[in-house]
Design a protein. Sequence first.
Length: 611
Amino acid sequence: MRIAIIDIEKCKPSKCGKVCYKYCPPVRMGQETITFDGSENKAVIHEELCTGCGICIKKCPFHCIKIINLPEELDDQVTHRYSINGFKLHRLPMPSFGSVIGLVGQNGSGKTTTLNILSGELKPNLGNYENPPEWDEIIEHYRGTIIQDYFSKLVNKELKVVKKPQSVDRLPRVVKGKVSELLKKVDERGIIDEIKTEFSLENVWDREISKLSGGELQRLAIAATVVRDADVYMFDEPTSYLDINERVRISKYINDMQATNRTIIVVEHDLAMLDYVSENIHIYYGQAGAYGIVSQPMSVREGINVFLDGYIPSENMRFRDTSIIFRKASLASTSLSHRIAIRYGDITKKFDTFKLQVKGGEIHKGEVIGIIGPNGIGKTTFVKILAGVLEPTTMSQPIELLSEILEIDKKLADDEEKKVIVSHKPQYLYTESEETVESYLREISPEILTGAWYRTEIVKPLDIEKLKDQPLNELSGGELQRVSIAACLSRKAHLYLLDEPSAYISAEDRVSTARVIKRVISHYEATALVVEHDVMMLNFLSDNLIVFEGTPGREGKSTSIMSLQQGMNKFLKKMEITFRQDPKTLRPRVNKKDSQLDKKQKAEGKYFVAL
């Protein structure tokens, strides 16, 4: 089975002169394989005539065409297709009652489409986009499955579905008023007082929704979902913007909601939280923006390990070329070199209502230091001070370069005074610029899109190539994040500062992003500080840790640089959360609260146990 995918937004026949049509071999032989929609003047590829030669893909200057060969057996498992050359979803997860079902996979693989279908917002067309089937035909198509019963109840309005949206930052645009007014309006279960305390909404109870931060909006959106009385609850990325303590607390609450008469479905990119909240999971694989396939259900431990391995044994399907393997955490601090590259002194920063104190430290060549702590504790302020964006109130010793760093010092060899050059990726990314990705990246580093090393180590793993013709202001959150990371790493610098690089990107992309950061810093023999809330990503990329603690919004203090295990143990003890490493993949796993293992580790004072 061959499918053709065309990104309609990118297709511009009037500008390229219809090169796909001119060079297509079947067209030259008189077959109307490629035609153009007269009303919108967009290319249309007729899949039944396409030979899969791939010439149109190579000739298209806007990179809007994909030709993909799929197994024939998937032909009768199509759930939905948006248009003749649009995204196609195969299969659906099994929405069983009495359990929490997790969905994990790459962005653009169909998870949100699945939620729209199961919530009744989108009627599946079974691939027939021209003459969509009626519900009776759809229900008959799924006869003998759990989905048949689910759709029957959904159509007969015997199921009430509530969904927490993915993009909570858009909430202020559609909902006005105060936090308390919204929750009182939607409270159907009479649990508003419980939710107010459970989700730490006391401090924002009388605040206007338009003035909430990202984490506060996330907690509000989840609260507005759980106070409603429903049979099916759907949570689309419930932990974004939240710190680790908030993520565990929210995940535990969602897990505790399961009952015999409820279905709970969670889309989550933080694998540690997915492990904590779910009973079973479905893996989504395929090609982002082109097609997605839903795996059969698996237990959460087996499913996450399969996801990391990149191979589904039950379906004999390899969906990733390489496995993701973690390393053992160590009590001792580690670095790739014994040579100290950068030193900074003790730092203080005073605001009207907040005070920050940071202990000085030394970073070795090739070393990546992870930064962990609650929201509102000063992590971003510290990074901005090192980046020169904020002036410190006091600094016992200015940031100092102690040894040459290979790549950057080749360019600065003639300078009399070598200052520390910093490359900074900020926490919040927003742009109204219409400049293309290619133009933006070339201004930063002319060789990033042409140099063999850059293409291999940065452009390809971050999947930048297909974005290069797009304007910056039209990128999604995940795409803008990847471009910003590529821009940060392509600059020649002594110190790289990355603030929450995992935000908006999928679990698979998070690990590949961590790998890119590690390899680039090692190649440059440079140094890096990375602020991160995803424990799995932090565990994957960090050599050592800095832990921030204190009172959010009032006072923040940092520890000195310490080993990964010591840092995690110190932080998690404060959060009263225990982690262990999976024996097969060495990935961090959250212990269920008050479980036997949780109690044992707490009694021994081992909140992060390494194998």
